[in-house]
Ligand binder design. Structure first.
Ligand code: KG4
Ligand code: ZN
Length: 382
């Protein structure tokens, strides 16, 4: 069976063609084509995604990408009606930006009507889960994972911990009460006058300092992540202060010790806003200092990652989790990956095996491949 999949939930237009095979319990996918058109440059001047523009761009891109995908797959679009090879169309139906989502849904429905093939609506976040199973560059295979599994889904619109008792049996056990983690990264980037999308930029600046010696030439503290972690673990967002010749920056770890698995990133974001305001009182040009920006990024990234990993660990312990899947745009964050990997090692030391899956770098962001895979599994189920 072939799957044509379409993703237009945010600022990436994606189309892919997969060939699915089910042999016994093994479900695998051959990637016949996967094309993606990013709109980063178009939205960049606005510092975020402009929904009306995203809609216009998706409408423009979809027919072009469809042609490209069929060409890459060495197929003709008319083969959609070829009854010998069964087709289904999988399309992201939400969550996402409504005007953007509708372009993909309308496009999918038109194709479905024209060629009389079924359309499967796919949840975007469920899609992200299936981005973690590539077998190699051209194939995906759903492994026989051990349940219960847990997924930490971190993107621009969501931050969720989802318990998976078996495929299609999802229970959200924790989520953000306000901003998503990726959204917080993007907003902090804007405060620091960094380009959009902010997540990768904040992370890049943080990693400059993460590998730098503890005290750098400008006298900004925070180079050693371990010391930083320990010193700031219980910090409640104290204002920046000078200790000796270095500026200590500490940001809160919101909801770290609450008994549930929820998150909150809006207070952390506001703490960064106040921090910058206070620093500017002393020096209005403070943001011209790369080192200050790096120090803020490092402490902010530490605060987000620490919160995510701590709650994930608690959920793993409470639900006796065997498999952890981390996915969504923020899963590209190297510090998060490192800390999750360390968590796996910690469990191993306690003789508890935890299998961990991340998407590879190309699949952390939005793409149509993951939608095709999730769509096919949904098709099999129904
Ligand atoms: O999943 P995604 O591509 O789109 C949504 O479904 O939202 O996630 C995009 C989010 C953005 O907020 C972006 O800043 C963030 O993922 N992101 C990162 C990194 N790369 C992308 N956040 C932190 N560190 C990164 N390296
Ligand atoms: Zn996404």
């Amino acid at each position: 069976m072939k799957i044509l999949s379409i993703e237009t939930s945010c600022d990436d237009t994606g189309i892919s063609i997969l060939e699915a095979q089910k042999k016994g319990k093994t479900i695998s996918f051959k990637v016949l084509a996967s094309v993606i058109q990013s709109q980063i440059q178009i939205h960049s001047p606005y510092g975020g995604v402009f929904p009306a523009l995203a809609k216009r761009e998706h409408q423009k891109n979809l027919p072009i990408l469809l042609k490209q995908a069929f060409k890459k797959a060495k197929l003709e679009p008319d083969q959609l009606s070829d009854l010998a090879t069964k087709w289904v169309i999988a399309v992201t139906s939400g969550p996402g930006l409504e005007p953007a989502l509708w372009t993909g849904i309308v496009f999918a429905k038109e194709l479905a009507q024209k060629y009389k093939i079924p359309v499967i609506p796919v949840n975007h976040m469920e899609g992200h889960i299936f981005s973690v199973f590539p077998k190699n560059k051209k194939e995906f295979e759903i492994p026989q994972i051990k349940f219960p599994a847990l997924t930490l889904l971190v993107s621009g619109g969501h931050t969720e911990l989802v318990l998976i008792k078996k495929w299609h049996d999802y229970q959200i056990i924790g989520q953000t009460l306000d901003d998503a983690s990726g959204e917080a990264f993007d907003k902090v980037a804007r405060m620091l006058e960094l380009p959009y999308p902010g997540g990768p930029e904040v992370s890049r600046l943080a990693s400059n300092l993460r590998i730098a010696p503890l005290l750098n030439k400008e006298g900004v503290g925070g180079g050693n992540s371990e010391n930083h972690h320990l010193a700031l673990h219980q910090a409640q967002g104290t204002p920046p202060h000078k200790g000796g010749d270095k500026i200590q920056i500490s940001l809160p770890r919101p909801m770290l010790y609450t008994k549930n698995f929820n998150f909150s990133f809006s207070g952390l974001k506001t703490a960064v806003l106040y921090l910058i305001r206070d620093l500017k009182k002393e020096n209005p040009n403070i943001l011209q200092s790369q080192k200050i920006k790096e120090a803020i990024c490092l402490e902010f990234e530490n605060a987000v990652v620490e919160t995510l990993v701590y709650k994930t660990q608690k959920a793993i312990e409470q639900y006796n989790i065997k498999t952890l899947i981390v996915a969504g745009g923020v899963s590209a964050n190297q510090h998060l990956q490192q800390e999750i990997t360390n968590l796996g090692k910690k469990f191993k030391q306690k003789r508890k095996k935890l299998n961990i899956y991340f998407p590879n770098k190309k699949l952390t962001g939005d793409n149509a491949l993951m939608i095709g895979i999730a769509g096919y599994l949904k098709y099999l189920k129904n």
